[in-house]
Design a protein. Sequence first.
Length: 254
Amino acid sequence: MRGCGMRVGGYNGREAMAPRALSAVAVALVLAATRTAGAAPPDAQLLERLSHCEQDLELATRRLSFRAEEVVQKVDGDGNVSSTKTTRYRVESDGKSPHKIVETAVEDGKDVTAEEQEKARSKEAERARKKPGEDKPVWPFAPGSEARYTYDQVEVDPAHPAYVEIAFVPKHPDSHTFEGNAWVDTDSARILSASVRLSKPPGLVDWVHLTAQFDSTPVGLALSHLSFEGAGGLLFFHKHFRGEIKMSDWRLAP
């Protein structure tokens, strides 16, 4: 695999940090900065190198199995937690696709394992009915994505001239595209940090923020922590939620 990756929540364009490879597959879904006046398109060869990096990491992710603990909280209008659900599960990969196996699930002290297991089976059956590539997100640096996005190089870090900020917006926004910006290392073609939002969130979703952390593991680079927060609903019945997922015991399928 080529040396490449992305760090989420690390480099902020103003300070240097020890490089740590993180995948562009898991970016931070936060409200992004707007495009800056006077920006210029980034080098086309840099975009191509970033796409090779993203492709390598995505292929490796398909073979990854791991254990996870997920905690989801519902929050009321005053910011108080009104409900908490903790789910422990495994994700097993057969080398082509992941399979979620729920082991335990407890919501506000009640065992809801059976319900969560049924949800996991239903979602997997729904994915199986879809055509390959259907509903797949178009990441800004994925191979071929340059046909879907407009890019601008909006800033260079004076202390580290190889670090540049690239803003991106979809040419035709839809539910599979993103807009935002990312700091990248032009020497190594690594994404250092990213801030994006869905161009068109799913129905009944107002907003969602996602922060992903990848770390070195016994099987190489892997997702280790995912935190999220969002809100949505219908008319006056809006819900606010937040949570996190911690991964461990990573393994690679043959």
